[in-house]
Design a protein around this ligand. Sequence first.
Ligand code: 5GP
Length: 193
Amino acid sequence: MKNDRGLLFVVSAPSGCGKGTILYEILQDKGFYYSVSATTRAPREGEVDGVNYHFLSREQFDARVAADGMLEYATYCGNSYGTPRKEVEEMLDAGKNVILEIDVQGAMQVKERCPEAILLFIAPPSVDTLRHRLEKRGTETAEVIAQRVAEAEGEIACAPNYHYIIVNDVLEVAVSDFRAIVRAEQLKVRSAK
Ligand code: 5GP
């Protein structure tokens, strides 16, 4: 009766939605594996190679894509981001629940390639709240914030393509909603192949 393969969760949220904080809580459960993405974006202060991202040059990134080493990849605000395929497969086979924290374009690629993937969208209570959160975080210039807010509006329009939408207004509620979804998915009857 028990499926030993882990579940694949795809989590998208506009930049500044508090996604990192929610995932930090979820990842306290050792049954989860957070897939470290590759990116051509420059590291932000405090970000560590191999922990936050695998920071790659444009040439290195393109070579991985050409070798079919990415489960999905996308361009976001001028930089490339992608999910290394091998680690994800290995972790699912080992029975871990894998979390991909990726943008909307990448999520739609995963939905098509891995129909069993569970897609969660984390939304801000409003676009204004999002803008304020980004300004408060202070890691981006005003120009980049404007670009990310515009990007967010497009992303929110894609939320109906996901299986679940979590509104992050009160953090504890959002985390408990996320855990409820995980539990329900673990208990779900999946047809034997
Ligand atoms: P940031 O630059 O703020 O770390 O990430 C920008 C956007 O890229 C976020 O929406 C984030 O979820 C997305 N992202 C991070 N890693 C990946 C990835 O591997 N693939 C895709 N498609 N998007 C990613």
